[in-house]
Structures are given as C-alpha cells and as structure tokens.
Design a protein around this ligand. Structure first.
Ligand code: ADP
Length: 598
C-alpha cells in the first residue's frame, strides 16, 4: 500500500510559494507594467515567504530608486521612492557573505555611514547566533543577462526572525530571479522603444535634407531634433564655406536669444571632440568639461539663457572636414542622455554634416552657373557686336565685287575675292544667328509641320546636293508631324543637319531624311553614308567653333557653329539632338522634340 500524502502538505509554505511563483512567471512574461509586477513579487516575498519587509529598487542613472515594497504601510511609505547611490550598495555587496545570488551583510560589517540611509526594524538584538539582528541586511542584486546592474531586492525581518535556512534562501532566490527578469524585460522594452524613437528622429532629420537652401534644411532639422530629444533648445552653427567665411546659425525655437557663434567653439571641438567623433555632454554648473574655458563659458551661458540645466554639443562635419557643431539644451530635471541617445545624436550630427556639405556644393555650383551664364551672355554680346561691325564693310566689298563682275573685270583675283567674301559672309551670318539664338528667349511658338520644314530644307539644298553628286531622299510620313515652336529656328536646325549631311558625304553618297512620331516625341532623322565622325570629335561636336580633326572634313568650308546653334535651338524647344556616327561609314543626326499636347 502506498501511503497517502497528508492533504495539508499541498498547502505547505513551499507549495504555496511555488504556486505563487508560477503565477508570477506568467505575469513577468506577459505584463508590460513593470512596477505592478515588481509589486507582486515583493508581496509574494512578504506574504508567502514570510519576510516582514521586501523592497525592490531599480537603477536610474547612478541611483537605485525604490519602486516596489511590501510590508507594513508606514514602512512602505518611508522607503518607497528612496534613492541610494548605486556605488554605496555595491560597496555593501563587497562586504557581504555570498549566499548563492543573495548577499548577506551581518550587523557590524556595514559601513556605519550607510546605516543612516537604510531602514532598520525596531526589534531587540538577541545573543542567539541564528537570530536576525536589526542591523543585518539581506540583498539580492538584480543583473541583466549581460551582467549590467538593473536593480536590487532588499528583505528584512525573515520568517521567525531567524537567519533563513538553506531551503528558505532557495525559495527567495526564485523570487529574486523573477524580479531580475521583470527588470530585464523592462530594459529591453525600453531600449527597443528608444531605438524606434531615435530611428524616427534620424529619418526626420535626413528628410530635412530635401529642402532647398541650408537655412531651410537646418530649420527643419533642428525642429525635429528638439522635438525628438524633448529639448528646450537645439541649434546648429557652422562656417558657410571652407575659408572660414560667413557663419550660419540656426536655432529651434528661434526665440530672442541668438544661438552662440560658431567660433571659438568650433576650433575647440576640432581638437577636443572631432578626432574621436564624440559628443560632449555639458552641464551649466560643471567645470570639469574637456573644453577650453572660453568656449565652455559661451556654451554654458547659452544653455542658461535658453533655460537649460545641461546639454550636449557634437561636432558637425563630413569626411575630414569639420564645419561647426550641433548643440542641444535639456531641462535641469531631465536625465542626461544615455549612451544610445548620444550615439543617435552623433549620427544626427553626421547627417547634418552631409547636409552642410551638399548645401555648400550646391552654392558653389550655383555661383559657377551664374558666372558661366554671365560669361556666355558677354560672349554673345561680343559676337553680335563684332559681327555687325564686320557685316557693313563686307557688304560694301561684296557690292563692289559684283560691280567689277558686271563690268566684266573678272579674272582669278576677283573670283578669289568673291569666294572668300562669300565665306566671310556665311561666317558672319552664322555668328549673328548664334548670338540671336542666345538672346532670343520666348520666341514665337506655334504649331509647325516638320514635314513641311524638311521639304523646304531639302529644296534649299538640292542645288548643292546635285553639284556634289549626293542623292537626298525623303522618307515621307502620310500626314503632318507637328511640333510646337519657332518655325524659323526649327528651319535653321533642319538646314544645318541636312546641309552637313550633304556637305560631308562624298559624290555618289546618299542622305535619307525621315520625319516621325513615337511615344509623345516627334523626330527628324538625317542619315548619311558620308565621311563619319571619330569618337573623340563626337564628344566636342556641339561646342562652338568646333570642327572635326578629320582633314577631309576640314577641307570643306565650315564655321563650327551650325551644330552649336542647332543644339541651343533644340534645347530651347525642350528637345535634343542625338548623334550616331562611325568614322568612314556615315552619320545619323536626330532632332527630337516633344509632341504638342493634343
Ligand atoms: P560646320 O560649319 O563646320 O559644318 P557644324 O557645327 O555644323 O559646323 O559641324 C561641326 C563639325 O561636325 C563639322 O565641322 C564636321 O566636322 C562635323 N560634322 C557635322 N555634321 C557631320 C556629318 N553629317 N558628317 C560628318 N561630319 C559632320
């Protein structure tokens, strides 16, 4: 016969403790409210394990703060919320006996200075070595899985007022493990939430980079940083260009207080913080900060003016270069930024560095573009003036040559004058065209039939084609192919493209012109099987006065302006000119324009 366990055993203290424990395990793993869970653990230790007082503290910064307590109401009221420097408790642990994960500090061993800070029960000391002494302390440090101190459990008045037995300690340890887990879970949840939050700030700051202009970027970034870190003020000060030129300082909230100037703090951080890429936490009252006294004073002054008690400054730069710094001011009662927040702030400063860098590049680019425009305008003006000045005497020369020809005073010399005067005339006409295209913005815009324009150009060039022995054929589409633009300008482009094809094709060659429409684009394609253009020459084809290096091309009259003019016209119409050519085989030029909206 198997003896029946007495029923009372089910309700034994250890049985109850295990039952309570299993409930707690469920709670620890499911509950998000850490204080509630810690409260339940303390209650379990008090009610089930029979300790008169059980209290759990949590690490906040460098202090352990009592967050849960079980025991008489007046004792709870006394100890809840109490802050103890973590180092003091760690000191006590060093003096303690190790009972597994528990730390027992027998009376008399504790630093008397600490005794004032802790609650001591009102019981009579006894001579019995197994009796609990009012100045005995029993703790359990609560560590995370990675060994960080997260909190501490302290118990007092053990059951029967005697030093707990091995079995009692083991039960207590089980509760301690649950408290450690609850704090560990809370830490992980908090870290995760912070990471999500910091990631969101970083994303917002990065988005500010899409604004136009450095000030607008910084205004939007400082607002996001200020909100994200719940700061009183955030500012960025940086030098606007490389040579220590003008400075830009942007603060949020803008307020009446001007953000501090970039120098001398920039120069200081350049030596102190920039090489290591570290943020520098600054407190208004602290003098032990690794900054030069003058710059430290300025930062502290501006933190104070903004109503901040402390803050952080971080260098802002990109690559090797440091431009300035980011400063944030926090309220006195706000906790100093944690390491992961400081890391995020460093990342934010890097993002700002990228912004300043791209704004600087953009500004340089803008300056160059406007200088180039000015130069271009000047060039156009110069060309127009000179061409006009040349045109008048040349017209006179041509007039007189014609007179001489009429009077039959011909001869080779007059022919040579005539040929070269005509050449000069073409050049001047081209130059004038070029200057005109440059100047003419918003020229006449209307529906133009490219088929008709191609017809006229082919007609105009037919004589030249015939005498050069080049056959020009037109692959004519069935109807009109329209573009919107200036008919004269577009006519000039077709004359140039078809004219070049005829000119740079040997006798017996062929030029095919084609006009068409494809996917909202209209095009005129001029293909020849002429001398072709080398790869090197193709890359300069549209530069003014560029002529191919090919001697065969150079032997033909030309100014190197036709394609430059044509490209300008095409671009002025929202289009482009494409080229495909093989030296010795032929070339295809294509004018592509947007088809007009129907
Ligand atoms: P140009 O008055 O010299 O013809 P363009 O600007 O029209 O000036 O053309 C620039 C250069 O490009 C020409 O000098 C010629 O060398 C080359 N080129 C243009 N079109 C052709 C073509 N269809 N075939 C071969 N070379 C061409």
């Amino acid at each position: 016969m198997v003896a029946q366990e007495p029923n009372g055993e089910l309700g034994s203290p250890s049985e109850q403790a295990l039952q309570r424990l299993s409930e707690l395990v469920r709670r620890v793993n499911s509950s998000a409210d850490t204080t509630d869970v810690l409260e339940e653990i303390a209650n379990g230790v008090h009610e089930v394990l029979g300790y008169g007082v059980a209290a759990i503290s949590q690490l906040e910064g460098d202090a352990l703060v009592m967050v849960a307590a079980a025991g008489p109401e007046d004792v709870r009221a006394q100890i809840l919320g109490r802050r103890t420097k973590a180092v003091n408790i760690l000191d006590e642990f060093r003096a303690a006996d190790h009972w597994g994960i528990l730390r027992y500090v027998p009376h008399g061993r504790m630093d008397p200075a600490h005794l004032d800070n802790i609650w001591t029960p009102d019981i009579e000391p006894s001579d019995d070595p197994e009796a609990w002494h009012p100045e005995d302390a029993l703790y359990a440090p609560l560590y995370s899985a990675t060994g960080e101190l997260l909190g501490n459990m302290a118990v007092d008045l053990p059951p029967g007022l005697r030093l707990p037995s091995q079995a009692e300690r083991e039960l207590l340890e089980m509760f301690v493990v649950q408290a450690g887990l609850a704090l560990s879970n809370a830490q992980q949840r908090e870290r995760l939430a912070r990471q999500v939050h910091l990631g969101a700030i970083l994303r917002e700051v990065a988005q500010s980079g899409s604004r136009v202009g450095l000030e607008a970027m910084l205004a939007s970034a400082t607002e996001a940083i200020n909100r994200g870190f719940d700061a009183v003020r955030t500012w960025v000060s940086c030098a606007r260009d490389r040579d220590g030129g003008p400075e830009t300082s942007v603060a949020y909230p803008a307020g009446e207080v001007q953000p501090p100037t970039c120098e001398p703090l920039r120069a200081d951080l350049l030596v102190t913080a920039w090489p290591a890429g570290l943020p520098v936490p600054v407190a208004v009252t602290d003098t032990e900060i690794p900054l030069l006294p003058t710059s430290l004073e300025k930062v502290q002054e501006s933190l104070q003016e903004a109503g901040a008690g402390h803050g952080v400054v971080v260098p802002v730069g990109n690559g090797q270069e440091m431009f300035g710094y980011l400063g944030i001011g926090l309220r006195e009662q706000q906790k100093p930024l944690r390491p992961d927040e400081l890391d995020a702030l460093t990342e934010v400063a890097r993002e700002l560095g990228r912004m300043v860098q791209s704004a600087r590049l953009f500004e340089t680019e803008q300056r160059l573009v406007s200088e180039l425009r000015e130069l271009d305008r000047y060039k156009g003006e110069l060309i127009a003036t000179i061409s006009h000045e040349l045109k008048t005497p040349l017209t006179t020369i041509i007039g007189h040559v014609e007179l001489l020809e009429d009077q039959q005073v011909g001869g080779r010399s007059v022919q040579a004058i005539r040929r070269n005067a005509n050449r000069l005339d073409r050049l001047i006409q081209n130059l004038l065209n070029y200057a005109q295209v440059q100047e003419r913005r918003g020229s006449v815009r209307r529906r133009v039939d490219l088929v008709e324009l191609a017809d006229s150009a082919i007609e105009l060039l037919s004589q030249q084609a015939e005498s050069g022995g080049v056959e020009v054929s037109f692959d004519r589409p069935p109807g009109r192919v329209e573009a919107t633009g200036d008919p004269d300008e577009l006519g000039t482009v077709l004359n140039n493209l078809i004219g070049n094809a005829v000119k740079y094709t040997r006798a017996g060659g062929r030029v095919v012109v084609e006009v068409g429409l494809a996917e909202a684009l209209v095009h005129v394609t001029v293909a020849d099987n002429g001398i072709g253009i080398s790869r090197v020459d193709r890359s300069h084809l549209f530069s003014t006065f560029h002529r191919s290096s090919n001697p065969e091309a150079l032997s033909l009259p030309g100014t190197g302006l036709g394609l430059a003019i044509s490209r300008r016209i095409a671009e002025g119409h929202g289009g482009r000119i494409e080229v495909d050519s093989t030296l010795g085989r032929g070339s295809t030029f294509r004018l592509v324009l947007p088809a007009p909206a129907t």
